[in-house]
Design a protein around this ligand. Structure first.
Ligand code: RIB
Ligand code: CA
Length: 315
């Protein structure tokens, strides 16, 4: 079976890192376009370059926008570490990011791989929004878009309660993508909470893995402590779940198609995703909202990416 061909827009970030490991273990990755979000662009670019070195790949890394389109936003260094990778002081990569801007790279790669590319957005949608403005026909060239973002019933994870981090960090960018892309898969925060990986399973993956697991154990230590201190059922590794959906569409066991919009002005709700669950507005259903996936398959994809093959790891 031919491997998926992925272009990943990402703000690494600890959960992005596992998603990127999974992508390289199970698919062909044509590039990483980097956003600011979890931490500043300097760190997210450096983290992407370092992770590609750990994987032993030559995947091109493209730096994107350092700030959201309109208003500034706070990062998530309190979860991921100031540098986004657990502040472990890793030896930086000797490689540099490509000279091409991420938005231009997205437009170019979509043309070069027209009809065969799965685009997966794991961070704020700033780069993707710019790419869409540069090339309004972009959706027709991309086979599938998977977005990690939003909180479909308003249980977000930011100081604006209903807003999830990626749509909350750059609401205007999310609005441009959600209103300009006819059909995409949405893996929201609430689904990621439901699919937390139990700490014991997570620790087993890391213990049984290879050098990728050792690196991941180090960079995820702070995030793991954050998850434990917030009484979570396990590690919520949001981008890894979105990557599993991108890699294996059949992993989804329950989903609904509805119109999803993004609030831009609400004093309490800016950045929130608003779902027309009863389709009352008569607007086209732009999102296939992923509600449930096969947990064992998800965990097997993650384990295999860490070198800890589980019996039910896919083919
Ligand atoms: O809300 C979780 C999302 O925001 C994840 O993609 C995480 O990496 C951050 O970007
Ligand atoms: Ca992310």
């Amino acid at each position: 079976m031919t491997k998926s061909r992925l272009l990943i827009d990402t703000d690494p970030g600890v959960d992005d890192a596992l998603a990127i490991l999974m992508a390289h273990a199970h698919a062909d990755v044509v590039g990483l376009s980097i956003a600011a979000g979890n931490v500043g662009l300097g760190h997210t670019v450096g983290n992407a370059l370092k992770l590609v070195d750990v994987i032993g790949a030559q995947t091109p890394v493209f730096a994107g926008c350092p700030v959201p389109l309109v208003l500034p936003a706070a990062d998530a260094g309190f979860v991921h570490g100031v540098d986004g990778f657990g502040d472990v002081g890793y030896l930086p990569s000797a490689r540099q990011a490509a000279a091409e801007h991420a938005a231009n790279a997205i437009v170019r790669l979509a043309r070069e791989h027209a009809g065969r590319l799965t685009l997966i957005a794991l961070g704020p949608l700033t780069n993707l929004a710019l790419a869409l403005r540069l090339d309004p026909e972009l959706p027709s060239r991309v086979a599938r878009l998977v977005v990690m973002g939003g909180a479909v019933t308003g249980r977000g994870n930011t100081h604006l309660v209903p807003a999830e981090f990626n749509t909350g960090f750059d609401p205007e960018a999310a609005h441009i993508v959600f209103s300009g892309w006819p059909q995409f898969d949405l893996v929201d925060w609430e689904a990621c909470v439901r699919h937390a990986i139990p700490f014991a399973s997570f620790d087993r993956m890391l213990a049984a893995g290879d050098a990728r697991a050792q690196f991941y154990a180090a960079i995820s230590r702070k995030a793991r402590a954050f998850n434990e201190s917030h009484e979570r059922a396990g590690m919520i590794i949001a981008d890894a779940l979105a990557m599993a959906v991108a890699l294996e569409p059949g992993i989804v066991t329950r989903a609904e198609r509805h119109h999803v919009g993004v609030e831009l002005a609400g004093a309490l709700t800016r950045g929130a995703t608003v779902v027309d669950w009863e389709d009352r507005l008569g607007r086209p259903a732009n999102a296939r909202i992923v509600l449930e996936v096969e947990q064992a398959h998800f965990e097997a994809l993650a384990a295999a990416a860490l070198g800890a093959h589980k019996s039910d790891a896919p083919g």
